[in-house]
Design a protein around this ligand. Sequence first.
Ligand code: PLP
Length: 427
Amino acid sequence: MLREEDRFFYIWDKNKQMARINENYLKLQAGYLFPEIGRRVREFQKENPQADVIKMGIGDVTRPLVPAVIRAFHEGVEEMSGVDTFKGYGPEQGYDFLRKAIVQNEYTNRGADIHADEVFISDGSKCDTGNILEIFGQQNIIAVQDPVYPVYVDTSVMAGRTGKFTEKGTYDGLVYMPCTAENNFIPEIPSEKVDIVFLCYPNNPTGTTAGKMELKKWVDYALEHKTVILFDAAYEAYISDREIPHSIYEIEGAREVAIEFRSFSKTAGFTGTRCAYIVIPKSLMASTGDGEVKPLHSLWFRRHTTKFNGVSYPVQKAAAAIYSQEGKKEVRETIQYYMNNARVLRESLSKLGFWVYGGVNSPYVWVNSGRGIKSWDLFDKLLNEAHVVGTPGSGFGPSGEGYFRFSSFATHENVLKAMERLNNLKW
Ligand SMILES: *Cc1c(COP(=O)(O)O)cnc(C)c1O
């Protein structure tokens, strides 16, 4: 600790001033959602050591990597042990074999016009959605859905794109677009012009989807207002309805306005293995202050090749294996396992009188008690009386108040047990 007089001296003597922190970090809210859930669960467990707590809160997968992926992973490791097959630094943008498999299976086969050199392999969409702001000017107005995946908001705060946190539970300077049952969880087009908009479909936390018409409305808005859409499709693999687009590039005009984030985390259980990608079409432009038009692809290319040295070779090989015939089949089975959980959640919670959304083309089931119970009160009730942990909707933004998220990333036995316990509660 500095004494008061020394502190004055430090401030006064420029040559002895301390290094300065990025004060944007001080704007961040301390009681972040998942640590707060963890704290309440630990406290409960300390007082009730016998209780068998079922966790359906955090969005992490629980099923192991499928055999086709494990086999490729092992092969990749084996190759690293031979002098002729050893790999050092790989291409920063990712190995061709993986980018080509992605383009063929995720885009070409769905009629979306995306090329392998527009795909950048990374170690996760969390990093990608946070880092992407680096290639955009500081003056852009950013819009987010409310409720929202907290990463978009917190990284905007860290990057100095917002003002202070306010009593309303929002940051000044960010545009929040409410997504509630009233608008089918699809945000209205904002009345003011926004420069960058984060959209996430199938949505985390609401588990709801956007159809072609709804996405077209956003692409048209972006074309007209020169807005860039940052489209997070981390849960596209959970879509079973044929009418729902998996990619924003299935919408005409999206190559001119959208960046897409995809991840193998929820698709194939890579949350601990780490592999994702970002797509930036070469036709996507933004301008300098002087109105000169530049492709965003070349900026990200520069950023990625300067600050990133690629994802490990065995991991990329493992990721590519999800596109093999067995890989596809096995991954589908894992997803069906979770979707069967989602079905049970939907049916049981509806029977209990909850208003139930999502959980059809997404692993998340978003509910409202319909009894005016606040999100954290429902959290405490479920934890204390049923020993079931979910996620309070208000933790994702003010429009999430009253809602609650159940995740189907649990064992089927636990889902059944949890729903049985809810069924026995007094409401
Ligand atoms: C889980 C998740 C991701 C994936 O993050 P990774 O860093 O790739 O594991 C991205 N976006 C949303 C909305 C998610 O829920």
